[in-house]
Design a protein around this ligand. Structure first.
Ligand SMILES: Nc1ncnc2c1ncn2[C@@H]1O[C@H](COP(=O)(O)OP(=O)(O)O)[C@@H](O)[C@H]1O
Ligand SMILES: [Mg+2]
Length: 281
């Protein structure tokens, strides 16, 4: 569904590349988690998949970005937007500033593509129900908490029903319950065939919900694979990714000689229950 082939990109007037030698294939119906240190290039990668680089930011993009058979840098932004919904890093910046209510805000994209009003309302209500923000539909988009704004930003992309969703730290303003709810929604969209790329620091959530995890380090993909394998890799510190509390504890415990079962360190509590299980007598 998404293919990047030899992609390099530099922002206008930048002296260094924000992305270099990026090769990536994401099949349809996958959740790909993206992790990496601050400044590694995660947001730029998200914008390249969505066509915002080069269409919005300018700069030079080389190599090819193909989404659903379309060369995303070669088509107009309107065509790219029909393929990929991008939830940007700061939800406040996603709010259009053109609408007085959350309902109209979520409807903004549908309105732009000429969806009839009666269809639009139903679709907006369904997206709001999914993200449990129906009670906010009559409010001003500016009279919301950061977490509520983030859910509105997510709803405004989900409502477009694009084949691909790219989410740049979509749970940064959410508490654990809100985070879990968003990941459950994303998993159900994935099960219905949507391809999802999610930039996320909450590693337990990626362990539980992502099909694969990619590490961005120094402006390129340093590793990609099974979430548990990547997130328990000894190089996570070097990649600037950190580790879950479970992995950290398991590493300390195994350094003192207690062996876990299997070759991989646990990442989630569920992994740990299996890894440290002892024979019942
Ligand atoms: N608008 C911009 N103009 C110039 N350089 C930028 C811009 N946005 C990001 N960069 C640079 O591109 C690199 C990658 O940034 P970014 O993709 O935002 O990383 P991340 O999301 O992993 O923190 C960094 O070196 C950053 O300073
Ligand atoms: Mg970023």
């Amino acid at each position: 569904m998404i293919t990047l082939d030899g992609v390099a990109y530099a922002y206008p007037d930048a002296e260094v590349f924000a992305l270099e030698k990026v090769n990536l294939h994401v099949p349809a119906g996958e959740i790909l988690g993206i992790v990496g240190a601050s400044g590694a290039g995660k947001t730029t990668l998200a914008k390249a998949i969505a066509g915002f680089v080069p269409h919005v930011d300018g700069g030079e993009l080389s190599g090819t970005v193909t989404v659903d058979g379309i060369g995303i840098a070669d088509v107009r932004l309107a065509e790219a937007v029909a393929k990929v919904g991008l939830v940007i890093q700061n939800p406040f910046n996603q709010i259009s500033g053109a609408k007085y209510t959350v309902l109209d805000e979520i409807a903004f994209g549908l309105e732009n593509i000429g969806t009839p009003r009666e269809d639009m309302i139903g679709q907006v209500r369904a997206a709001a129900d999914l993200l449990r923000i129906s009670h906010l539909l009559d409010r001003s988009p500016y009279a919301l908490s950061g977490g509520q704004q983030q859910l509105v930003a997510i709803a405004s992309m989900i409502v477009m029903r694009t084949p691909v969703l790219v989410m740049d730290e979509p749970t940064s303003q959410l508490d654990p319950a809100g985070t879990r709810m968003v990941f459950d929604v994303l998993s159900s969209l994935r099960d219905a065939g949507t391809t999802i790329v999610i930039l996320e620091h909450k590693l337990e959530m990626l362990r539980e919900h992502a099909d694969r995890v990619a590490v961005i380090a120094d402006h390129t993909i340093a590793a990609i694979g099974d979430p548990r394998q990547i997130l328990s890799d000894p190089r996570t510190a070097e990649w600037g990714v950190g580790a879950t509390r479970v992995t950290t504890a398991a590493r300390e415990v195994s350094a003192r000689g207690l062996q876990t079962s299997g070759p991989l360190l646990p990442v989630s509590v569920e992994d740990a229950l299996i890894a440290f299980a002892t024979e019942e007598s």
